[in-house]
Design a protein around this ligand. Structure first.
Ligand code: NAD
Length: 509
């Protein structure tokens, strides 16, 4: 039982020590099916009391879980992976229902989540320390990685399955316990997956779920038993999480927002580039931290590309993704009415600042329904100083700044406060190399639309797209969730004066 029925909407429960229990919250937030605008649940907005219950349970469970041999912890992940695969379709449907992505997009995100579990299955060999004999005469040295304790994860709305799973499979297999706070907009998928973790044999209390917004996050940031915080969300909250978490003595990895630049050189394969750019800008309705949101066509590339991109994007089918509308839409709704209004407001502002609306998604047919729809929008002839070029929009909106040279494009990148992803489309190795070396961002694509790293690589955002030292996922994830213990050992050779004489050694003269 993961929810309680109150009135017409179901209230989410907390997962504490293996039981689904009621929150002590007195305030709630509605969860929507974005395709219809219908309320499908309510999230309790909990605080200190809920968090303390979850953290105490996690702390108690940690003391036993850290002693479980690592291969047994990995076996839980093997079983969890199999269960995720068995329930793949149901999880994807849940993502679509509460977030609005198309089913193929939800399936792809669940696949990415499973890949992190697969990576975690290999942690027994990845978590090994280092050792060396004779660092001084008869002195040996070794480092061993230990788990750190109770870790917390705070997630955004845009990938209800994938982003939380960037965190906890790695944290748990390293021997930590975990308290997850999913986004209050999309908590249902995390709850469904938590039941699979229990079925996989994870002991009670090792994984817990709390719900809420700022109060709940603040309680996690200040709880003395929490050792590490993983956060993914917008930049101003990421910065707040980093400063508050570290001030309270915790390790923090905080991934923030983005503005991802796509440079198109005149020598690019335009047919391929149109397809890739369309998928990058409008896939998942643009609600991706790696979405290509700013196109920088160089010289003649603009005329060779933009008319075709507008034509192709205008054909995209936008509609309900919950199976009740026309079959197989290319793009679903935005997550909430509030977010839809924010994105529409940013388009209006860009237009008033002088950008030319080459494709207008504001008045599409689906926008007349009760769902939260906005069609693909292209703002051409934008200028570097405009808000639609500088700010993250996080919707299906592509701004286009036409530039004269690769150097001009790189200069726009240098002025950008973010640093998540950037992509170049070109057939020139020289241009690709210049771009790869000089662009001021942590994840680079060369003729690759969305260069989001696989589970065994870290998610290497730079600048205001990341606060912390060790990134999420991959080997940096293992480093983040472990602390090293160094041991230096010396065994004396028995001397003549020693009372203790080891029978296998003869004392030296
Ligand atoms: P958000 O920052 O509004 O919320 C993220 C989390 O922070 C939620 O769990 C929320 O409850 C909590 N939160 C919200 N306001 C808070 C406050 N005042 N104090 C403390 N906690 C607070 O982000 P969102 O709208 O859910 O997600 C979209 C953002 O996430 C975009 O900016 C996107 O770029 C970013 N994102 C980044 C990555 C990445 O890897 N860099 C990945 C996915 C999403």
């Amino acid at each position: 039982m993961v929810a309680t029925k109150t009135g017409t909407a179901t209230v989410c429960k907390l997962l504490i020590n293996g039981d689904w229990v009621d929150s002590t919250a007195t305030e709630f937030q509605d969860i929507y099916n974005p395709s219809t605008g219908e309320i499908i649940g309510r999230t309790p907005l909990g605080g200190n009391a809920d968090v303390d219950r979850a953290v105490q349970a996690a702390h108690k469970a940690f003391l036993e879980w850290k002693e479980v041999p690592i291969i047994e912890r990995a076996r839980v992940m093997f079983r969890f992976k199999n269960l995720m695969e068995q329930h793949y379709e149901a999880i994807a449907e849940c993502v679509t229902r509460e977030h609005g992505k198309t089913l193929p997009e939800s399936r792809a995100s669940v696949q990415r989540a499973i890949e992190v579990v697969e990576f975690a299955c290999g942690i027994p060999s990845l978590m090994m320390g280092e050792s060396m004999e004779n660092i001084a005469r008869n002195v040996d040295c070794e480092t061993i990685r230990h788990p750190i304790g109770v870790c917390a994860g705070i997630a955004p709305f845009n990938f209800p399955a994938m982003v939380p799973l960037w965190m906890y499979p790695i944290a748990l297999t390293c021997g930590n316990s975990f308290v997850l706070k999913p986004s209050e907009k999309v908590p249902l998928t995390s709850m469904m997956i938590a039941n699979l973790l229990a079925e996989a044999g994870l002991p009670n209390g090792v994984f817990n779920i709390v719900h809420g917004g700022k109060d709940c996050v603040d309680a996690l940031l200040t709880h003395p038993l929490i050792k590490a915080i993983s956060f993914v969300g917008s930049t101003h909250i990421a910065k707040y999480i980093y400063t508050t978490g570290t001030a309270n003595g915790k390790r923090v990895q905080a991934a923030g927002g983005a503005k991802n630049h796509i440079i198109i050189m005149p020598d690019a394969d335009m047919e391929q580039t149109v397809q890739a750019l369309q998928a990058s800008a409008f896939g998942c309705a643009g609600e991706r931290c790696m979405a290509g949101s700013l196109a920088l066509p160089v010289g003649a590339a603009a005329e060779a590309l933009i008319p075709h991109l507008v034509e192709a994007s205008a054909k995209m089918k936008v509609g309900p993704t919950d199976g009740k509308g026309s079959a197989h839409p290319d793009m679903g709704p935005l997550v909430s009415k509030e977010h839809l209004e924010k994105v529409r407001g940013m388009i209006n502002k860009g237009e008033s600042e002088g950008a030319k609306v080459a494709l207008d998604g504001r008045n599409i047919e689906a926008a007349k329904s009760s769902g939260f729809f906005l069609g693909p929008t292209i703002l051409d002839h934008a200028k570097p100083e405009m808000s639609v070029v500088k700010d993250e929009i996080f919707g299906p909106v592509l701004s286009v700044v036409r530039v004269d040279s690769l150097e001009d494009a790189l200069a726009i990148g240098r002025d950008c406060p973010y640093g998540n992803g950037a992509v170049i489309y070109t057939n020139s190795g020289r241009s690709a190399r210049e771009f790869k070396h000089h662009f001021n961002a942590g994840m680079i694509g060369i003729n690759v639309g969305v260069p989001a790293p696989m589970a065994w690589f870290p998610f290497t955002g730079w600048n205001a797209s990341f606060y912390g030292d060790l990134h999420i996922q991959g080997s940096e994830g293992i480093q983040f969730y472990t602390q090293q213990k160094m041991t230096m050992t010396r065994w004396f050779e028995p001397s003549k004066s020693s009372k203790f004489q080891d029978p296998i050694w003869k004392p030296k003269n």
